[in-house]
Design a protein around this ligand. Structure first.
Ligand code: CP3
Length: 371
């Protein structure tokens, strides 16, 4: 399906941005850079806005979500906004009891441990999202109107990461109940994953239709899985989630008279933590770009991806608090290794730690742009 004429990609506002160019596999003159969790507790202006607003309430208040998304773009001059929301927002909007506990993460009203629990959960109809995602759609619209030529990245949690929260009932270390369920009750697991793919896929599609120029699927906890389990029990659902955005395309007008217009699909990034063994499988589900955490150097990641896939990453967040010369040497190394991929979007290997000095992030953006 072609995006509407006033979508930033279709209107020609963002298709030639550094970010979208690099996601398309072409190296722009200057490396694009943005940070996972760039919106959040590292910014005093964020902490001020969040006073008295619970995390999920902030996500569902369009003016707040939009303002929080814009804060790091204004302050750091990053090459993209990442929509301020959370991977559990579509679960809440479909009717799951969930809250985000500060310092901990998402906590569910009830853990989904048995086949009967799965059937009770999946009785919730994903179609209600068409109406209940209205505040998310409004927040994206407000944000892209302000961003102008800076692209907005929409995102969603991958089915496994969301299922891990649902089955554990909250954050966990090795997601043991989720991994047990997938083997002990493979049919119930498949029903659960199919339902989650539908819910999270609709959340992602809503953001792209409302104006996001790229989409990132976060499978933060997939690193807990063996490659075999990932391919068999998880990858099909992740692929299905991405089908919700895979058909969305935009056209680029001919560069000169007589040339042809080109049709492209909205770029999709797939990121996981500790997923060095899964990189190729994570690309194979239908991603265009693979996000790499700090554990695997980008030249090695690119080699594992056959040398043909754009990569995103992978500055170690721990080094943000190190003396500047140490961080600078590390970033130079990341850039050098990233040069072995067709294109490279600079990012961290995971989110910005809340205690990060925001001035370091601004300096990092200036440094990357100056190379
Ligand atoms: O700048 C951005 O990246 C914006 C949006 C964003 C948030 N969560 C906002 C948020 C994104 C992309 C996410 C995704 C998310 N949420 C993931 C995948 C990425 C990852 O970090 O692995 C996961 C696993 C979650 C679940 C979740 N939500 C956790 C683990 C936490 C942290 C809890 C804490 O207090 O440490 C949250 C809350 C959350 N989501 C915050 C933010 C800014 C912190 C809320 C606060 O300020 O109190």
């Amino acid at each position: 399906m072609q995006l509407s004429q006033n979508h930033p990609l279709e209107a020609g506002l963002t298709h030639d941005s550094r970010l979208i160019t690099a996601y398309g596999g072409t190296r722009p003159d200057v490396s694009p850079v943005w940070f996972m969790r760039q919106a959040g507790r590292s910014l005093p202006e964020y902490r001020k806005l969040r006073v008295g607003n619970a995390m999920l309430d902030a996500c569902l208040t369009p003016e707040l979500a939009s303002e929080i998304t814009l804060q790091p773009v204004r302050r750091h001059g990053v090459d993209a906004g990442i929509f301020f929301s959370d991977i559990v927002v579509p679960l809440k909007q479909v009717g799951v009891e969930v809250e985000i506990v500060p310092g901990k993460g998402p906590v569910l009203g009830k853990a989904v441990r048995t086949a009967a629990d799965v059937d009770e959960l999946i009785a919730l109809d994903p179609a209600v999202l068409d109406e209940t995602l209205a505040p998310v759609i409004e927040a994206v619209r407000l944000t892209v109107a302000e961003l102008g030529r800076t692209p907005l990245i929409g995102f969603a949690g991958a089915p496994f990461t969301l299922a891990a929260y649902l089955v554990e009932g909250g954050p966990s270390k090795d997601h043991i109940h989720a991994r047990t369920l997938m083997h002990a009750e493979p049919e119930a697991w498949a029903r659960l994953m199919e339902w989650v793919a539908e819910v999270t896929g609709r959340f992602l599609r809503a953001q792209v239709l409302a104006g996001a120029s790229a989409a990132q699927l976060f499978d933060s906890w997939a690193g807990a899985l063996s490659l075999d389990d990932y391919v068999r029990y998880v990858a099909p659902a992740s692929a299905r989630a991405l089908e919700h955005v895979r058909d969305l395309s935009y056209s680029i007008p001919p560069a000169e008279p007589g040339a042809h217009a080109v049709t492209r699909t909205v770029p999709i990034v797939h990121f996981g933590v500790g997923t060095g063994e899964l990189l190729k499988a994570m690309h194979d589900i239908g991603a265009d770009v693979v996000g790499v955490d700090y554990r695997v150097p980008l030249d090695e990641a690119s080699r594992r991806l056959g040398g043909v896939v754009p990569v995103q990453g992978n500055i170690d967040p721990a080094l943000l608090a190190a003396p500047w010369p140490v961080l600078e040497a590390h970033v130079r190394d990341v850039l050098e290794r990233g040069a072995s991929a067709p294109s490279h979007v600079v990012n961290l290997g995971h989110g910005v730690p809340p205690e990060t000095d925001p001035a370091v992030l601004t300096r990092l953006v200036e440094f990357v742009h100056a190379q």
